[in-house]
Design a protein around this ligand. Structure first.
Ligand SMILES: Cc1cc2nc3c(=O)[nH]c(=O)nc-3n(C[C@H](O)[C@H](O)[C@H](O)COP(=O)(O)OP(=O)(O)OC[C@H]3O[C@@H](n4cnc5c(N)ncnc54)[C@H](O)[C@@H]3O)c2cc1C
Ligand SMILES: *[C@@H]1O[C@H](CO)[C@@H](O)[C@H](O)[C@H]1NC(C)=O
Ligand SMILES: *[C@@H]1O[C@H](CO)[C@@H](O)[C@H](O)[C@H]1NC(C)=O
Length: 403
């Protein structure tokens, strides 16, 4: 079915892509529509994956239908969510999908926003695109964890730290070890973060090994042990289960499919170079924007700065459609910060849900010490139902969370 509307396409329907699509839909004229292209059949509330890979009973709520995405914008029926993966972008303002949509694998665009983010290893990112397989995967992971007496976590970033503290509290009898290649946990933060979390590890009995990596066998690790894992420092450790909580890789294949696209990748970090307007940094492609984790904005990789960027992209696409110039993003990236859970249910004080807000000192504001705020207001399901609300899906009965 051919449409006479011009397409403004957002590729990637995670935290930043979803906001970008909504912001654009709010401001574009009725001559245009938004297509959000995403292979996942449901929105992945990935903040919850580390916990739901351990704690059973809530995993189905981490996958939220896209049906309400355009519910609160003008002209809701003009816009669509396309369930597909984009395989390439062409100079003639078309892109190719991995499957047909409305009878074709090619879609043309007038404007394009890439919100393709990064790829994370399981369990922080799902391998499958459909809800049933992803729910089944998390349930298998919960069972594997339950059966293991000792668990080795590779990676001392946010995912590793969160999983280690959750595991130690949910299963106090298991032996938990975190192996971190760098001398500090989450080294992008001030070293007080490392000191704070190491102390928490000690209190919970989590072992920390720094300055070594796991040697991952080509066939992967067994799902049950005991088996030996080689460390790069020459020793080996016996464990029953390994969780890979190692880094994330930017999804930049699409921009690289364009002529000159390879030069748009910053070799220092792998992210897409952008202008202050969030247009990609190549004058040949004024209609292509990059936003969120995949863009080399200098902002911290998180949903909130992504929301500010989404608004900038929408404003600039609106300006270009109206024949005006695109404007620079005005928001300066602030000091790096994080809100992270450090466990869930203390065996002594039930429903004591510990989390901290940590912010690096901002020299521009004359700060020399980081800010650490301790809170006990977490919940076992990480308020996942609130995300359904924000996605405009409001199940009136429990069973509908399985849809
Ligand atoms: C465990 C964890 C906890 C976190 N907690 C917080 C938090 O509390 N607060 C916070 O602000 N941030 C948090 N973050 C960071 C936050 O999740 C990221 O900053 C955010 O997800 C980035 O969003 P994004 O849309 O840019 O990219 P991503 O979330 O990486 O999503 C990219 C999307 O693009 C899609 N895609 C990729 N390639 C293609 C293609 N070729 N065609 C179509 N689609 C494609 C993918 O399927 C994916 O859905 C957390 C991250 C993790 C891992
Ligand atoms: C655009 O370019 C691609 C790749 O060269 C090609 O497959 C496609 O047919 C072209 N589409 C149009 C409408 O010209
Ligand atoms: C390697 O790391 C393990 C775990 O911390 C430690 O016990 C061992 O002494 C280290 N080995 C070497 C050779 O540094």
């Amino acid at each position: 079915m051919a449409s006479s509307l011009k397409n403004v396409i957002v590729v990637g329907g995670s935290f930043v892509g979803r906001t970008t699509a909504q912001e654009i839909a709010r401001v574009i004229p009725t001559t245009h529509r938004v297509l959000l292209i995403e292979p996942h059949t449901h929105f992945h509330h990935l903040f919850t994956f580390p916990r739901f890979a351990i704690v059973p009973g809530h995993e189905h709520k981490a996958f939220i239908p896209y049906s309400g995405l355009f519910a609160a914008v003008p002209n809701p029926t003009a816009h669509s969510v396309v369930t597909a993966r984009v395989v390439s972008v062409h100079e003639n303002k078309t892109l190719t999908l991995d499957r047909e949509w409305q009878g074709s694998r090619q879609i043309s665009f007038e404007y394009l926003a890439l919100a393709t983010g990064t790829r994370l290893a399981e369990p922080a990112g799902m391998k499958d695109d459909d809800k049933a397989s992803s729910v089944a995967y998390l349930q298998r992971h919960q069972a594997d964890i339950k059966n293991a007496k000792s668990i080795l976590i590779a990676g001392g970033g946010a995912v590793g730290v969160q999983m280690a503290t959750d595991l130690a509290e949910y299963y106090p009898d298991k032996e938990i070890t975190v192996v971190q290649s760098r001398p500090h946990l989450m080294p992008q933060f001030h070293k007080q973060f490392h000191e704070f979390v190491s102390k928490r590890f000690q209190d919970l009995g989590v072992k920390l090994v720094t300055g070594a990596r796991l040697v991952v066998p080509p066939e992967g690790f067994p799902k049950s042990g005991p088996f030996d894992v080689q460390l790069t420092n020459g020793t080996s450790v016996s464990t029953d289960f390994v969780v890979l909580a190692t880094g994330q890789t930017p999804n930049t294949g699409l921009i690289q499919s364009l002529p000159g696209g390879a030069e748009l990748i910053n070799p220092a970090n792998g992210f897409i170079r952008i202008k202050p307007t969030l247009q990609v940094a190549d004058d040949r492609y004024p209609e292509i924007f990059a936003v969120g984790d995949v863009a080399d904005t200098g902002a911290r990789k998180a949903a909130r700065p992504g929301a500010g960027q989404a608004a900038v992209v929408a404003r600039n696409i609106q300006a270009l459609i109206e024949g005006r110039a695109a404007d620079a993003e005005t928001e300066k990236p602030g000091a790096a910060g994080i809100h992270i859970t450090l466990g869930l249910v203390s065996p002594l004080i039930l429903f004591w849900k510990y989390n901290i807000v940590f912010r690096n000192p901002d020299p521009a504001a004359g700060q020399t010490e980081p800010m650490i705020r301790e809170r006990h207001d977490g919940s076992l399901d990480m308020n996942v139902e609130g995300m359904w609300d924000r996605m405009n899906v409001k199940p009136d009965e429990e069973a509908k969370y399985h849809l």
